[in-house]
Design a protein around this ligand. Structure first.
Ligand SMILES: Cc1cc2nc3c(=O)[nH]c(=O)nc-3n(C[C@H](O)[C@H](O)[C@H](O)COP(=O)(O)OP(=O)(O)OC[C@H]3O[C@@H](n4cnc5c(N)ncnc54)[C@H](O)[C@@H]3O)c2cc1C
Length: 245
């Protein structure tokens, strides 16, 4: 087993994302049909600035369902199973994860936490354990294969793989889920690995759709104060005064 690093790529997103959101919002308040408005949106008949201003105004009111019509698909690789377990807790999303039943993990990589990497003794112990885990996986898989378990040996041998084992996953989230995801996972209270991935995803979303994601991020970015309390605050935003929340 060898150390690896996270990689986050944006594979695809809904075409014309701002116009899709604008059309969906306008449909709610307009007697006409979104389909008739669509050619004007694509030809520049309704400027991007006007669309952005309208979208920002309605979003600020809390009317959020129209942003669900736009989705982003990411390929996330070289992350730990510990990260993917946290990621898939976000239920309003779609996932396709590399299987440990069907993919041989004999040469699987692992994620080394920075704090472990910075402590020579902890690092040596960690790396020795990862080698031992890899050896145990291969030995158990070979023994099960000899015992006639064939290719399904991997599904039982994987029980000895640690949380650090690297995984690859494709995730699709709509804008509403992404905003909720960033609020939870861009906060300094989120675990370092998923926080790093969340910030990479946010950067990619901002490039495509700044009108929706410019102010996205940890919950404090929207609230203007830190909701985590005195014990957990990172100090970036003030705590709310008594009776303010
Ligand atoms: C810092 C941090 C620490 C955490 N620690 C733990 C922990 O120790 N143990 C643990 O189990 N989890 C933990 N979690 C996970 C957390 O509880 C959520 O499961 C996870 O963040 C997914 O968030 P979500 O439910 O908002 O997202 P989604 O599942 O995408 O849901 C989005 C939104 O839809 C609504 N929704 C979805 N499903 C339901 C439902 N069944 N009922 C009502 N409303 C629903 C909610 O408004 C929700 O916010 C932690 C998360 C963070 C950020």
């Amino acid at each position: 087993m060898a150390e690896t690093q996270a990689r986050v790529e944006l594979l695809a997103h809904t075409p014309e994302p701002l116009s899709v959101i604008y059309a969906a919002f306008r449909q709610c308040y307009h007697a006409g049909e979104a389909a008739d408005m669509w050619p004007r949106l694509l030809s520049g008949g309704i400027s991007r600035e006007k669309q952005a201003e309208f979208v920002a105004g309605v979003m600020a009111s809390g009317h959020a369902s129209p942003i669900e019509h736009v989705s982003f698909t990411f390929a996330i690789s070289g992350v730990s199973r510990s990260l993917t377990h946290q990621l898939v807790r976000h239920r309003i999303a779609s996932y396709s994860q590399q299987s440990q039943r069907y993919v041989d993990a004999s040469n699987a990589d692992y994620v080394l936490p920075p704090a472990v990497a910075a402590c020579p003794q902890a690092r040596a112990r960690f790396e020795a354990f990862m080698q031992e885990a890899g050896n145990a996986y291969r030995d158990i898989k070979a023994l099960l294969e000899e015992a006639d378990r064939g290719h399904s040996a991997a599904e039982d041998a994987r029980f000895v793989l640690p949380n650090a084992t690297a995984s690859n996953i494709v995730v699709t989230m709509n804008c509403r889920t992404l905003i909720n995801f960033f609020e939870a996972r861009c906060c300094t209270r989120a675990q370092w690995e998923i926080r790093g991935v969340a910030h990479e995803m946010l950067k990619l979303c901002r490039k495509v759709l700044p009108e929706v994601f410019a102010r996205a991020g940890a919950r404090c970015e929207r609230l203007g104060y830190c909701p985590e309390g005195a014990k957990f605050t990172c100090g970036r935003y003030p705590l709310p005064r008594q009776g303010e929340r």
